[in-house]
Ligand binder design. Structure first.
Ligand code: NAD
Length: 461
């Protein structure tokens, strides 16, 4: 498909939604939350008696449709939110299609012996309530639904209002996949206009036994305080530590690649560097000379601070997920297209370093030695226990850092996205349960353990 063809599909879908003023005609979309939950409950009654083979058939169809629509959803996400870049968002969708675990993640533990047979099986919760961010809108909806369905659940989403059209497109696609594979409609549902009120209905609803919050501290705290079981995938501010044993040139390349992926939107992406003094200048030289980093003067840093934060100190949403070139243009600095990141040296308390910006701005904090670097990195992660990265060839130091950071993700000697199975082993997710400790979520996370015991029988050894 050509770029113009994709563009015209996106424009057509957007125009349809705007013209009708509603989302009617899209599968899984309802005007109120109670109806969305009721419809997802009806669908779950069908899903819970399906064979694993049937669930897998639907998931395979979902993979196919996500692959076919990866570019459309990538463009919609960028157009609607103004965040990220199309090329990287296509890669994220393909990653979801190819590597999100399906029913193979649902396993059984068994004990058999003289007193019989006991199984522990992973059963569905029922209808899961999920709240999703605007930074990876369709990616999160798609990945969550595949895992939740593999576990026998259906799901109701309260997506970020700034990404509702993209989220609805993904929800419709998932339901189409289910119908085409012989499954029910409304495997994934949502409301036309998600608000704090609609998420409040979801949080209190008796038919929602499990809530999954992917977003900043506000939503995670809200979900964890509502009195139900909650999975909290919250904010991060991942530091990348570089010591003198690292391959410095490769560290510069990996860190800038990770930091600039989708304009720094992923919560796992490198947000600042802590480098030991003896290699700090060399690292920054590689970043500037070989990796497209713009070295910002104190004056440009001050202008960026005045631009990326509002007067009240909040993040200016117009800057989140924008390219380095666009951010620099906002402060009157024109740079060539090969500039993909902004760097500078500063103390850990610098506002562009200590804050989770989600912009390709990579401040460098100089540390006296490795011990000092670990201390500063722990401080910078702010106890989120989310992600941290290290470039070092000293295994003892890597171990010490991993213990000190205590994060859900720790990438050694690679770009942050290797942790999502992109250039690394393992499976992807866009819901990393940092706050509640499940880590990278998958189908198994969305199930409850159920023990089934046959006393004094069925052991045939
Ligand atoms: P956000 O917190 O502004 O919004 C996330 C979702 O929560 C949205 O749907 C929003 O409408 C809703 N929300 C916000 N406050 C709420 C409240 N008090 N009650 C109910 N719902 C509420 O985040 P965002 O800008 O969309 O995404 C970026 C943030 O999410 C970053 O902090 C990033 O690190 C984090 N994030 C974490 C993960 C993860 O897996 N841990 C993944 C993606 C994003």
């Amino acid at each position: 498909m050509t770029e113009n063809q994709i563009k015209s599909i996106v424009e057509e879908v957007m125009a349809k939604m705007q013209l009708s003023g509603s989302t009617s005609g899209m599968h899984g979309v309802f005007s109120d939350m109670n109806t969305a939950i009721a419809k997802a409950k009806e669908a779950q009654k069908i899903v819970r008696v399906m064979s694993m083979d049937q669930r897998e058939k639907i998931i395979s169809k979902m993979r196919e449709k996500i692959r076919e629509n990866a570019e459309t959803m990538a463009r919609m996400g960028v157009d609607e939110t103004g965040m990220g870049n199309v090329g990287d968002k296509i890669l994220k969708h393909l990653l979801v299609a190819e590597k999100t675990p399906g029913t193979e993640d649902i396993t059984t533990t068994a004990w058999s012996g003289d007193r019989g047979l006991t199984l522990v099986e992973m059963g569905p919760f029922g209808v899961i309530g999920a709240i999703t961010p605007c930074t990876n809108p369709s990616e999160t909806v798609l990945c969550n639904t595949m895992g939740m369905l593999a576990g026998g659940n259906t799901v109701v989403f309260n997506p970020h209002p700034q990404a509702i059209k993209t989220s609805i497109y993904a929800i419709n696609l998932l339901n189409e996949a289910s119908l085409e594979a012989g499954g029910p409609d409304n495997i994934a549902c949502t409301v036309e206009k998600p608000t704090l009120d609609t998420s409040g209905v979801m949080m209190k609803h008796p038919d929602i036994p499990l809530l999954v919050a992917t977003g900043g501290p506000g939503v995670v705290t809200a979900v964890l305080s509502c009195g139900k079981r909650g999975i909290g995938a919250g904010a991060g501010n991942p530091p990348a530590l570089v010591d003198e044993t690292a391959d410095i040139r490769k560290a510069a390349e990996d860190i800038v690649n990770g930091c600039t992926f989708d304009n720094n939107l992923p919560c796992i992406a490198e947000k600042e560097i802590v480098a030991v003094d003896s290699i700090c200048d060399e690292l920054m030289r590689y970043m500037v000379e070989e990796q497209g980093c713009y070295l910002a003067s104190r004056e440009v840093q001050d202008k960026l601070i005045a631009t990326v934060f509002t007067e009240k100190g909040a993040l200016n949403r117009k800057c989140v997920g924008r390219s380095a070139k666009a951010l620099l243009a906002m402060v009157g600095v024109e740079v060539p297209d090969n500039i993909r990141c902004i760097t500078f040296e500063g103390p850990k308390e610098h506002p562009l370093i200590t804050t989770e910006l989600m912009m390709p701005i990579l401040g460098v904090v100089r540390a006296k030695n490795f011990e000092d670097a670990v201390e500063q990195a722990v401080w910078l992660e702010h106890g989120n226990r989310h992600s941290a990265h290290i470039h070092s060839k000293n295994v003892d130091r890597i171990t010490e850092y991993a213990r000190a950071m205590d994060t859900a993700i720790l990438v050694k000697n690679g770009p942050s996205y290797a942790a999502l199975g992109f250039g690394g082993e393992g499976f992807p997710t866009f819901t990393i349960a940092s706050r509640t400790g499940e880590g990278l979520t998958s189908a198994a996370t969305f199930t409850k353990r159920r023990r089934c015991t046959m006393s004094d029988s069925l052991c045939i050894r």
